[in-house]
Design a protein around this ligand. Structure first.
Ligand code: ATP
Length: 314
């Protein structure tokens, strides 16, 4: 069952948590999701949207109320033992011995799962801990602890790597290192599923995304397609009111500011110059900015649900 293009396939997944007081809580609601076999897939949604529950369902830590899931083509949780060896998950902070060095902690783990010592050195290098491998774990910063957790997961050379909110609690340098590590794994041919409620921390590293809210999928696809990386231009021109009219007629959204126009659209900047020149208006300033994906993500997750276009990965 290994010929599927998907690392993870989820169909109609539903999880209802029964509660002693009050009605059951629907944490995941008829969720369908595809994670490609290679690349970084961002699993994005506000806090409490059901990301952790979905990951816990995939890993057999919680039982689904309904729906089907496959990892590398193998149905889970029914056949999870057959595939779990090819999945590395960093869901909770693993326990390491504080008095042992990073290397010693990894060697212990490697021995317990029958992995040779040279692999320990490879993963230490891969997560960028070579300089600190002999330091005691107790002295590690949160970022280094995270990297050691990733190293431990990589010992068995998983095909699919799952991170639940890996940037939580990290400082900007730690976030950057985590991003680089995630990218390295994807560049080595792995499928990386990474959840976050902060798109801004991951936008440079994800190839495709699934966005959820209230346990339901809002959008799915390649990141640029889903979040619409739009062009924003700052345009200086002699007759701003007339220029604004011309650009609006050509489909641009135009905001008239005191000294310039802010022009937003899906097309290249050259079109603005040409469209204005065609009517005898000359551009004195043209500055290209990019819309922040974070802004678009917040707009998207704040919209009323039926308004979303549901997009799929081609
Ligand atoms: N064991 C549980 N019992 C009852 N409700 C639960 C349980 N686990 C999660 N929930 C609820 O399910 C919903 C989804 O939670 P979940 O932790 O999956 O969201 P999340 O997207 O991972 O959020 P965060 O980013 O805050 O971790 C929330 O309303 C949460 O309170």
């Amino acid at each position: 069952m290994d010929d599927t293009p998907w690392a993870i396939e989820i169909d109609g997944l539903t999880k209802r948590f029964e509660r002693l007081a009050g009605p059951p809580r629907l944490a995941v609601d008829n969720l369908t999701m595809r994670v490609p076999r290679v690349g970084v897939h961002g699993f994005l949604g506000p806090n409490g949207s059901g990301k952790s529950t979905t990951i816990r369902l995939l890993l057999g830590l919680v039982r689904p109320s309904a729906g089907t899931m496959r990892i590398l083509g193998t149905p889970v949780p029914a056949q999870l033992p057959q595939v779990i060896g090819r999945v590395g998950a960093i869901v909770e902070r693993p326990r390491f011995f504080g008095e042992f060095s990073a290397r010693k902690n990894l060697r212990l783990l490697a021995t317990s799962i029958g992995v040779p010592g040279r692999v320990v050195e490879e993963v230490i290098d891969l997560v960028g801990l070579s300089d600190r491998a002999t330091d005691r774990y107790a002295t590690f910063s949160l970022g280094m602890q995270q990297r050691l957790a990733v190293a431990a997961t990589l010992l068995k050379d998983p095909q699919v790597v799952i991170f639940d909110e890996p940037t939580n609690g990290l400082d900007p340098a730690g976030i950057r290192e985590m991003r680089e590590m995630i990218r390295t794994l994807a560049d080595r041919g792995k499928a990386v599923l990474v959840s976050s409620h902060l798109i801004g921390e991951l936008e440079q590293v994800v190839d495709s995304v699934t966005i959820i809210r209230g346990g339901r999928r809002l959008a799915e696809g390649m990141i640029d397609e889903v979040l619409g990386r739009r062009t924003i231009l700052r345009v200086g021109v002699a007759e701003p009111a007339r220029a604004a009219g011309v650009l609006r007629a050509n489909g641009w959204a135009v905001d008239e500011r005191p000294r310039h126009l802010e022009v937003t659209g899906d097309w290249p900047a050259e079109l603005v110059t040409r469209q204005l020149a065609d009517v005898g208006l000359w551009v004195s300033e043209l500055h290209v900015a990019r819309a922040s994906l974070e802004q678009r993500f917040l707009e998207l997750t704040a919209l009323p649900e039926p308004a979303y276009p549901l997009r799929r990965i081609a």
